[in-house]
Structure formats: C-alpha cells, structure tokens
Design a protein around this ligand. Structure first.
Ligand SMILES: C[S@@+](CC[C@H](N)C(=O)[O-])C[C@H]1O[C@@H](n2cnc3c(N)ncnc32)[C@H](O)[C@@H]1O
Length: 278
C-alpha cells in the first residue's frame, strides 16, 4: 500500500480514507476524478488537489501532497522503476550527490503549500528556477497557479527529470507562450550555469563541492542581472561554503517574514546592488 489514506490501483476504482474523501469533496474532487481521462481533466483535478494541499491544515497528515504526486505521475515509486533502467555510471554519479533516494518524502520534498509561497515571489511574467527540482513539484505549482511564469528545473536523477518533463507536457502543454523545462543536469559539476531567472530556489540539494561551484556560477549571473535566491534548510551548508562566505558583495540576506515564507527558509537578494546593504 502506498499510503494509509488512499489506493489508486491501475485496474480498479480508487479507495480513499473517509477523512481524505471528505477533505477532497470540499475541494470539489471525488474518487472518480482521480483517474482523469485526458489532459484537461488532469489539470482540473490536479489544480483542485493543489488547492486542498495549500488550504487544508490537515493536508500533510492525510498525504494529500503524495496523492497529488501520484495523480500527476511524479511519485517516487515511478522514479524507482526508472532507476532500474539507468546505466551503472549514472547510479554512481547519483551516489556522489545528495539525491535523497529512498528518504521519506517529508525529508526529500518541499510541501506544495510551501512551494506555492516560493512561486508567489516571482514577479508577473517573470522566471523561476528550482535548483535540484526532483520530479518537478515546484514546476507543477507554477504550471497550475502561475501560467505567466517561465520555469526551469534542474535535476541530477534522470528518471526524476524525465517524469517532470512528462508531467509538464500534460499540465502545461497548452501554454506554449511560456517556457517550461525540466533538465537532466548535475549542477555544479556541469560547466553550464543555470539560465538566468528572477527567483532561484534550492532545498538542500547539493553535495559540498557541487554547492561551491554552483554558488560561483550564481555569483557570475548576479553580475549580469539581480535575482532572489530562496533556500530551504540550508543555513549550515551555506555557512560552510567558502563561496557563500565570500558572497557579501553580491548577496544580501532579506527578512523572510514579510515575504510569506515559512520557518526554515532563507531569502537573499543577489546582484551587484546587493553591495549597498552589506
Ligand atoms: C531535497 S530534494 C528537493 C526537491 C525539490 N526542489 C523540492 O523542494 O521539493 C533535492 C533534489 O536535488 C537533486 N540534486 C542533488 N544534487 C544535485 C545536483 N548536483 N544537480 C542537480 N540536482 C541535484 C536531488 O536528486 C533531489 O531530487
């Protein structure tokens, strides 16, 4: 069983725990909606589950985030099947990074409600990047809630990035005017820096040497245009990174309270004008 609160068998009707069923009913979703036929129905169902995940105080107890992952096709059970087909060299590469494979979802992934708060920091018509995006939860939030935003996700585990691309093709496929990319890339080890964005997000994604190299690349981007950097649970890692300790000319910490970010998040303004506040 995937969750004590639901079962979505491939060849039969969905089962929902009565508490979860009641919560989804309030969001306008029934068990019959959980196997949507077609992309438009999937978008409607996913948007309603996302609303429940963002608004229901009991959403994490009821595994609503996990339900949304499964309905959108980006759950880790599918990633594990993909890992079986990955070449040994790729698995060795994953082993060098902080891939969080087999960690509990709460340690590995940011709750949808928190991702919605991060994505809401992107200015109208702006761009967003998740540095270590898993299977694209943050991109899913942007596709459903902020269709004005262009998104890039970078992910070392190829099977995760592949599921993210599949999900985006279904949930954001009709929105050709905006760019949605979920890229297989080992940040820091790749010489290619991430593309410029208005808001970058990372949740404890990188091994120390990769983080160091990525911070240098972000410092280079900051010379060209300002951006916000949002980090979750990364204070200790940042403090031990020499590139972060040397970042005062281009990175300035901002208060998180007015920005609507939960505890455990840090917010930085990056850019040459950040120098003024240091
Ligand atoms: C803690 S998860 C966070 C996922 C997502 N950003 C979220 O907040 O829900 C970190 C992700 O970063 C990926 N990752 C770790 N090191 C990476 C690297 N060097 N380049 C790209 N992705 C990396 C991991 O495989 C994992 O999917």
């Amino acid at each position: 069983m995937y969750s004590p609160y639901f079962e979505l068998p491939a060849d039969g009707p969905a089962w929902l725990h009565p508490q979860l069923a009641a919560c989804l009913r309030r969001a306008g979703v029934t068990a019959a909606d959980l196997s949507p036929a077609g992309d438009a129905a999937l978008r409607r169902t996913a948007a309603a589950i996302l609303n429940a995940a963002c608004e229901e105080p009991t959403s994490s107890e009821l595994d609503i985030d996990l339900l949304l992952d499964v309905v959108a096709g980006i759950d880790e059970a599918r990633v594990l099947r993909g890992l079986g087909a990955a070449p040994l060299a790729a698995l060795r590469r994953y082993d060098l990074e902080h891939t969080h494979l087999l960690r509990p979802p709460a340690e590995s992934f940011t709750p949808y409600a928190e991702l919605a708060a991060v994505v809401s920091l992107v200015p109208r018509g702006g761009s967003f990047a998740d540095l270590g995006c898993g299977s694209g939860r943050a991109l899913l939030v942007a596709a459903l809630r902020r269709p004005d935003v262009s998104c890039d996700g970078y992910e070392v585990v190829g099977a995760r990035a592949a599921l993210g691309r599949e999900m985006l093709a279904r949930l954001a496929g009709g929105r050709r005017r905006r760019r949605y990319r979920c890229v297989s890339r080992t940040l820091g080890r790749s010489r290619l820096p991430p593309a410029a964005a208005d808001v970058f997000f990372m949740f404890n994604p990188l091994a120390p040497s990769s983080l160091e190299a990525l911070l240098r690349q972000l410092g280079g981007l900051a010379q060209r245009r300002p951006f916000l950097l949002v980090c979750k649970a990364m204070d200790a890692e940042l403090r031990s990174a020499p590139a972060f300790r040397a970042s005062r000319p281009w990175l300035r910490r901002l208060p998180t309270r007015g920005a609507g970010l939960p505890r455990g998040f840090s917010l930085f303004r990056a850019g040459t004008r950040a120098r003024a506040g240091c």
